[in-house]
Design a protein around this ligand. Structure first.
Ligand SMILES: *Cc1c(COP(=O)(O)O)cnc(C)c1O
Length: 379
């Protein structure tokens, strides 16, 4: 379904025509590993469910449609998607530029899994185009971004960095998990590959782990599809179905996530116990101008610092509506301490997080309840 249709129409209908045999309006969970063939090699497009499954295909078509790509691929997790991508486009001896500030598991994948196999990397601040350019080497095959970053909500200029990467013959990969395709479409800004942890906003209900890659170039799409099948870290039919169910309401959920986050940011910005607030929607935020240029809204993630590590650790266990938990992007509000939780895997690395930092995934509950809960916890 092409971009002549609006975002929500694509999210609800792309790849999701009524079932041809029964008319079922919702794509069924095709719980099958294999498919009957009329004669050798003659079949209806499916042979084996690692290679292709109709429920997963529906999700893949829908993901491509909402990101404005030609090909979407669904994986068992965000990290499975990332790993498949790196195996498909990098070779031993290649080099990658990775963000200073990133999801801890992404950093760990480069540092502990791929570097021992010969993919070197250097980390650079994604908001500094000159520093990113300086980090590129002749053997750089991938420039990797997250924007906004996890957990500091840093912003990278996607169009500027696409030009920098392409000048050097490298691919620009953008992890679009925090923004979601509703708020930002990196392919339209020149990125080559979009990565999602669909576990987060796309799934949206904290009930499924999944990942995705979306590309604009059909040839690159073919290479990644080959790797998806050859490596095999695919999304299961049930997981694909849950993710597709979540995707249908992404637009309305993101509108509420953004509105609620703004209410929370207003509380935090005026609160004496808070030393700094990071949210790209704040006009004083260093990433605001670039974010305003490339995003349609500023998202539901908020980070802030308090006076000390102890104050941060105390605070996160005092909320009642915000649940103390890792992950993000679900309908329910979550609070966490990145240094000891989501980003514990980067302790001692250049990506180590300020121990006084608190991260919020602002959910879609009633805004007044969220504001009241955080205010009582900050007392
Ligand atoms: C969670 C997350 C990932 C990893 O995804 P999983 O589904 O947990 O494997 C990657 N990038 C970002 C920005 C994330 O938040």
């Amino acid at each position: 379904m092409s971009s002549e249709y609006g975002f929500d129409t694509r999210a609800i209908h792309a790849g999701q025509e009524p079932d041809p045999t029964t008319g079922a309006v919702v794509v069924p969970i095709y719980a099958t590993s294999t498919y009957a063939q009329q004669s050798v090699g003659v079949h209806s497009g499916y042979e084996y469910s690692r290679s292709g499954n109709p429920t997963r295909s529906a999700l893949e078509v829908a993901l491509a449609a909402v990101e404005g790509g030609t090909r979407g691929l669904a994986f068992a997790s965000g990290l499975a998607a990332e790993d498949t991508l790196l195996r498909a486009v990098c070779r031993p001896g290649d080099h990658a530029v990775v963000p200073h500030d990133a999801y801890g598991g992404t950093y760990r994948l480069f540092d502990r899994v791929h570097e021992p196999w010969g993919l070197t990397y250097s980390s650079a601040p994604i908001s500094d185009v000159a520093a990113m350019r300086a980090a590129i080497r002749s053997e750089t095959s991938v420039v990797w971004l997250e924007t906004p970053t996890n957990p500091l909500l840093g912003i990278a200029d996607i169009a500027a960095l696409a030009a920098v990467a392409h000048e050097a013959g490298a691919l620009l990969v953008v992890d679009n998990t925090f923004a979601s395709p509703y708020l930002q479409n990196p392919l339209a800004l020149g990125a080559d590959v979009v990565v999602h942890s669909t576990t987060k906003y796309i799934g949206g209900h904290s009930d499924v782990i999944g990942g995705a890659l979306v590309v604009a170039d059909p040839e690159l799409g073919e290479r990644l599809a080959y790797a998806q099948n050859a490596i095999g870290a695919v999304a299961s039919p049930f997981d694909a179905w849950l993710t597709l169910r979540g995707l249908k309401t992404l637009g309305v959920r993101m509108d509420r996530h953004c509105a609620n986050a703004e209410r929370i940011v207003a509380l935090l910005s005026a609160h004496p116990a808070v030393t700094q607030v990071r949210y790209p929607g704040l006009v004083t935020d260093p990433g605001h101008d670039v974010a305003a240029k490339q995003m349609r809204g500023f998202g539901g993630m908020v980070a802030f610092t308090v006076s000390s590590e102890e104050a941060a650790v105390d605070l996160v266990s005092r909320t009642r509506v915000f649940t103390l938990a890792e992950s993000l992007g679900g309908v329910e509000s979550l609070i966490e301490h990145p240094n000891r939780m989501t980003h514990a895997s980067v302790a001692g690395s250049p990506l180590e997080v300020d121990p006084a930092l608190v991260r919020l995934s602002v959910g879609i509950e009633s805004a007044e309840d969220l504001v009241r809960d955080l205010a009582q916890a900050l007392r």
